[in-house]
Design a protein around this ligand. Structure first.
Ligand SMILES: Cc1cc2nc3c(=O)[nH]c(=O)nc-3n(C[C@H](O)[C@H](O)[C@H](O)COP(=O)(O)OP(=O)(O)OC[C@H]3O[C@@H](n4cnc5c(N)ncnc54)[C@H](O)[C@@H]3O)c2cc1C
Length: 380
């Protein structure tokens, strides 16, 4: 007889651990098994940058884990047209992701969550009143399954189409003046990476440098990173990189943007497994937590027969419109980056507001489109 739980969560990343802890703190009385294929602690390539709107998500307390608050924005296009902007208050925060997740995991276990590491969920089989969950160490059974396995499928393969990639690396021991220059400042470089951007900020005595692209493959992304470092005027002469890690990100597909989500009434997909990643910036932490919160609301509602459907409905109403607008923006912006970069400089304050989550994508795009139209710009 397989061991039975009320809820199995597959994947102890951002969404999975937050959900387990959040449910217990909100009084979920059933048994929860949290299954992770790796041994903890582990490192996932992620810049750990969270936006202001993430701090406001319910069930979160990031304050003890914030390493840096950034209130300065730096933008450049092909290393030129550089602009700096200081915002009224911090809008982007650098999180010690590993410590935050470790603390949440301990808290969830104190709350009664059973955590199993080194267990890989390999499949699931849905029945009328339960879900069978085969793992590489035997079969488990549950009333509900939450799939929080991130961008790879259960067998560690990339599935489907529509991946973006993120690549990041540390530049060790840069000149103190360079560190000072990047202190409390989030740097964005546009126009160098097709359908993406480069980012840079200082982190505990190093510079963290990365690339996000909707288009590039792993090898060309690595070449692009070295080119970025070699050509960026402030970084010239530096090549001591470590921790060069590439990782796929599972962007929303057209089906997802039209509200067709994976899952059923007993199986809920959250975070990147549900393809809830911002296609313009690559931000995924916010959406992993937000979707976990929506899943928690329905799991706590005890409406056994409709849990999965209620969850999808909430995602369609509360998450998809933003991602659809972000997709529209990324299609426009990255297709004509020079034009939109100019527009961005005309209204760079609103870029800060967008990143902080104070402005929605729809409004941002409408603002960017104001003024000289693309056709006139192209003729000149
Ligand atoms: C280079 C890079 C930089 C990034 N920087 C940022 C950033 O600064 N800010 C931001 O908001 N987002 C960033 N992201 C995106 C962000 O990391 C992800 O969107 C976010 O972690 C998704 O959370 P998740 O819970 O869905 O998945 P994950 O955090 O990836 O967690 C999935 C977990 O499931 C486990 N797992 C997978 N398969 C199985 C299985 N079969 N059985 C059991 N366990 C399994 C995995 O080991 C993992 O622990 C970045 C991504 C990349 C690649």
């Amino acid at each position: 007889m397989p061991r039975k739980f009320d809820l199995i969560i597959a994947g102890a990343g951002v969404g999975g651990v937050h959900l387990a802890d959040f449910l217990k703190k909100r009084g979920f009385s059933g048994s929860i098994a949290l299954l992770e294929k790796r041994a903890v602690p582990f490192v996932k390539p992620c810049a750990g940058v969270i936006t202001l709107k993430t701090l406001h998500l319910s069930g979160t307390n990031f304050e003890p884990f914030i390493q840096q608050k950034m209130d300065r924005l730096h933008c450049a296009y092909e290393y030129q047209n550089e602009e700096d902007l200081t915002l009224a208050s911090p809008f982007i925060f650098r999180l010690n992701r590993a410590q935050w997740l470790g603390s949440l995991l301990s808290s969830s276990m104190r709350g009664g969550v059973e955590f199993f590491e080194n267990i890989q969920v390999v499949n699931y089989e849905e029945h009328a009143d339960s879900v069978l969950v085969p793992t590489d160490q035997g079969v488990l059974e549950s009333r509900f399954l939450v799939v929080a396995t991130g961008s790879l499928d259960m067998n560690g393969q990339k599935r489907g189409r529509g991946f973006a990639r993120g690549l990041q690396a540390y530049l060790s021991h840069p000149d103190p003046s360079l560190l000072e220059y990047h202190r409390s400042k989030m740097g964005y470089d546009f126009g160098l990476i097709p359908f993406g951007y480069g980012w840079i900020f200082s982190d505990d005595g190093h510079l963290l440098i990365g690339i996000f692209s909707r288009l590039m493959r792993e090898q060309s992304l690595k070449r692009a990173l070295y080119k970025y470092i070699n050509q960026k005027p402030t970084l010239k002469g530096y090549s001591r990189l470590w921790g060069v890690e590439t990782h796929p990100m599972f962007l929303p597909s057209q089906e997802v943007l039209q509200g067709v989500l994976r899952g059923s009434h007993r199986i809920l997909y959250i975070g990147e497994a549900a393809r809830l990643v911002d296609p313009f910036t690559g931000e995924g932490i916010y959406y992993a937590i937000k979707s976990a919160n929506l899943a928690a609301e329905v799991l706590l509602s005890e409406k056994e027969d409709t849990v999965g459907w209620l969850y999808k409905d909430k995602v369609v109403r509360e998450i998809i419109p933003d991602l659809a607008a972000a997709w529209e923006l990324s299609e426009e912006f990255y297709a004509y980056p020079q034009y939109y970069y100019r527009k961005l400089l005309e209204r760079k304050q609103i870029f800060g507001e967008l990143l902080a989550g104070e402005m929605r994508y729809k409004e941002f795009l409408a603002q960017l489109k104001k003024g000289k139209p693309l056709e006139r710009y192209a003729r000149e």
